[in-house]
Design a protein around this ligand. Structure first.
Ligand SMILES: [Zn+2]
Length: 794
């Protein structure tokens, strides 16, 4: 990709901005109503959008595999009571077949949040060319509600979205929606609803509250945003309606082949004596909570935490998926559908943890420049001194399938770990005890927030800023520009970017000093035109159920950041809340509630690789998060009353966000064809494992998201002569691809591909396509098409 190639269409797009079609659900572009000064700022915004082809807000970071331990390919189950920090806990395994913990109110719910699967930029990699062309797997909201039986208003609602992160706009939308549900839902609110993202990188974007992550998605899409909010609310309602009394217990296992450090050079900057306490440079423990209802002792769900980036699907993939955690949830829920101990509607939540410096590309990072070399340890560059050809490799990278096979395998490993825990819970588990269900939440402005370190010295956090290594990206998605990581910020690093960054905003001396040693590329925390570029106000939140404490992190904490934060909470909670009665289990979930990029340790910050360059609030961000958490931990005590002050209100940019996203104009049928006609039929017979394709006369799937439904289906002929749907959009093996074939006439085609599984039954099948067309007058009409039948033999 050259600068010229990628800039020119962009200038064209914005050059005709007054005639641009907009998403009909967003308000008329406010751009035209801005003052002259604001327009000048907006022009600068557009300049950045042009250059955003190169500068990625979330290109992920480099690694070099000199991991100090040896990978094993199978799960180590012997460590099932290993604490999160790798130490053996005091908690005792209990042989049990009946619950011995305390009773809670428990409920689970799941709902579809799949937004527009085509023509919208994906959230995560911030790669301008990565626009959706279809769907491999629907994405979901999964909600887990737990309440205090004796004080039923004391609840927590932990939401896992198959999205890049939690977000301020999405959170506001969910809170408004819950409030509108009426008095039955009055006990849910800002304090006890946690909105976490799995950190997948293959779903529709354009739903972010702040400007920076909107840059590559061309602004804000009401449709993309609303799909997430609507689904999240539905999952909350389903969880609420399923509430029943039940028990919780916790299990752990060690999944050593489920992640790898992608920033070991930075990790090694942490003190040797601290690193020596851990067996690996990433956390490899999965912690899982089982929800078991009291009425028949059936399990209604599991909720787990394990840190690994949702970057198995590569940056050039354009099909929507839930990435590796989406696969893990899919496999677990499918398994539970036939498990005698699982209740119907079982929900499996695979939540993200201290993900910051982890990668699913466990074979390490290699130079795709013909050299056969691994990328440099220090800054993940190749022989040319640049990071562009450095790519992390997943376990099945050799298949060159956009990460599909590696994603499935990394998801399978988390699924296998969770299943291993689940199967062993009847033998040994940690029952959750103590009936308290508590939470707190407040907003914290991180701009020049002063606080004391444990050693007594006073330090401060800073307005948000991104350093030079941010633009270099990571080995999960290298930047397309010649920044290198650990760059000193010398003028030679990128004079162009230095100029652009200064045009946009010259950091104040106070900010420069505050962020030191980060060389500031984008002073986003001090840029609020046309609206805020990045959050300065973050959500600080924690939840507690019995001895389980869940830290809700707004940032992607690195491995060591997560450990320090959890250890600090563990120590404080053990002495002040539990007073030795029970050993607290502390987990960290995120990125949640708002996307506040990364959180590196102060030592890692000094190295200024990607994660540190993306640690928005300066070197003391982690100590500040820990300080704020500990200061408010007393709100989780059993006898605690009241709540911390709400704090400053974050900006709500849902109505003011720019949008350059065109809406669907109309769909047209080719002469002598109608929507749904199968224009390319499958063959008459296949053997299992074959890929079966059918092509149809299509229409734009943005006309109707078919939430809770499907675009693609496989139907099987049963013994009575009826066709029965046996695969749908939820199935990893069934792929829906949409292509615009004639823009002027509104023609498009859809290919349904079934990658038939080795386990598929022999039989007669056909492929079906569900679509919705839009007429010139705007009427939307549903239709379906079906292929000829075909045989599959084993
Ligand atoms: Zn990330």
């Amino acid at each position: 990709m050259t600068g010229e190639d990628s800039q020119s269409p962009y200038i064209g797009e914005h050059g005709k901005s007054t005639k641009q079609k907009h998403d009909s659900r967003t308000q008329t572009m406010p751009f035209l109503r801005l003052s002259r000064r604001a327009i000048a700022v907006a022009v600068a915004t557009i300049s950045l959008m042009i250059l955003s082809v190169f500068a990625v807000w979330h290109f992920e970071t480099p690694i070099f595999d000199v991991s100090p331990y040896v990978w094993v390919s199978s799960l180590t189950t012997g460590a099932s009571l290993r604490a999160y920090d790798g130490e053996t806990t005091e908690a005792f395994p209990l042989a049990r077949s009946t619950p011995v913990g305390d009773k809670y109110l428990i409920g689970v719910g799941k709902a579809d949040i799949t937004g527009p699967v085509v023509e919208i930029n994906f959230g995560g990699y911030a790669s301008l060319p990565q626009k959706g062309t279809g769907l491999r797997q629907r994405i979901y909201a999964r909600t887990f509600i737990i309440g205090d039986v004796s004080k039923p208003d004391n609840r927590i609602a932990y939401i896992i979205l198959d999205t890049q992160s939690g977000d301020a706009a999405v959170r506001i939308g969910i809170l408004e929606g819950v409030a509108a549900l009426g008095s039955d839902y009055a006990m849910y609110g800002a304090s006890n609803i946690a909105v976490t993202g799995t950190h997948q990188h293959s779903g529709p974007g354009a739903w972010f509250n702040y400007l920076l992550p909107q840059i590559t998605s061309l602004g804000f899409s009401q449709q993309s945003y609303q799909a997430i909010v609507t689904g999240a609310l539905l999952s909350i309602q389903r969880a609420h309606e399923s509430l029943t009394e039940g028990y919780l217990d916790i299990g752990m296992t060690n999944i050593t082949d489920g992640n790898l450090s992608r920033s070991l050079y930075a990790y090694m900057a942490n003190p040797a004596e601290e690193r020596a306490q851990y067996h690996a440079s990433t956390d490899t423990t999965m912690t899982l909570v089982r929800l078991q209802r009291a009425s028949d002792l059936k399990n209604i769900g599991v909720l787990s935490w394990y840190p690994v980036h949702g970057t198995s699907m590569l940056e050039n993939n354009t099909h929507v998926t839930g990435d590796n955690k989406g696969v893990a949830a899919y496999l677990f829920e499918k398994k539970m559908a036939s498990d005698a101990n699982a209740a119907p509607g079982f929900v499996a939540g695979f939540s993200q943890a201290n993900v910051g410096d982890t990668t699913p590309n466990v074979l390490g990072a290699w130079c795709d420049d013909g050299s056969g070399q691994m990328c440099s340890y220090e800054n993940s560059t190749c022989a040319d001194g640049k990071s562009e050809s450095c790519h992390g490799r997943g376990p099945e990278f050799f298949k060159l399938d956009l990460g599909v096979s590696s994603c499935y395998e990394m998801g399978r490993r988390q699924y296998a770990g969770a299943l291993d825990i689940y199967n062993n819970l009847s033998i040994s588990s940690i029952p959750v005890v103590g009936t308290s269900v508590k939470s707190y939440h407040f907003y914290q402005n991180m701009s020049f927030f002063q606080f004391q370190l444990p050693n007594g010295s006073t330090v401060q956090t800073c307005p948000a800023a991104l350093g030079y290594s941010f633009a270099a990206g990571t080995t999960d998605g290298p930047g397309a520009f010649d920044f290198t990581q650990a760059d000193s910020g010398s003028p030679n690093a990128s004079p162009l970017w230095a100029v652009v960054s200064n045009l946009l905003r010259t950091p104040t001396d106070e900010q420069t000093l505050c962020q030191h040693p980060k060389p500031i590329l984008l002073d986003v925390g001090e840029m609020s035109e046309p609206y805020d570029w990045s959050p300065n106000i973050v959500d600080m939140q924690a939840l507690r159920v019995g001895q389980l404490i869940i830290i809700i992190s707004p940032s992607e904490a690195t491995t060591m950041s997560g450990r320090r934060w959890r250890n600090a909470v563990h120590s404080e909670a053990a002495s002040t809340i539990f007073k030795g009665s029970v050993d607290p289990v502390v987990v960290l979930g995120g990125p949640a509630n708002v996307y506040a990029h990364y959180c590196a340790t102060p030592e890692e910050y000094g190295i200024q690789r990607y994660e540190a360059a993306s640690t928005l609030y300066g070197p003391w961000e982690l100590p500040a998060y820990i300080n704020l958490t500990l200061k408010n931990l007393a709100y989780l005590a059993p006898d605690a009353t009241g709540a911390p002050p709400v704090g400053p209100t974050p900006p709500d940019n849902r109505q003011t966000s720019l949008s350059f996203i065109s809406s669907v104009v109309f769909d047209g049928e080719p002469i002598d064809r109608t929507f749904g006609d199968c224009t390319s039929q499958p063959s008459t017979s296949y053997i299992v494992g074959d890929v079966i394709n059918a092509t149809f006369v299509g229409a734009n799937p943005r006309n109707n998201l078919r939430l809770e439904g499907t675009f693609a289906a496989v139907e099987q002929l049963d013994s009575t002569g009826s066709w029965v749907q046996v695969r749908d959009d939820n199935d990893w093996s069934l792929v829906y691809t949409w292509e615009r074939t004639d823009t002027i006439l509104g023609h498009s085609s859809v290919v349904i591909s079934w990658e038939s599984e080795i386990s598929a039954e022999a039989g007669t099948y056909r492929l079906r396509y569900y679509g919705d067309s839009k007429s010139l007058l705007g009427t939307i009409t549903g239709f379906s098409g079906v292929s000829n039948g075909f045989a599959i033999t084993t």
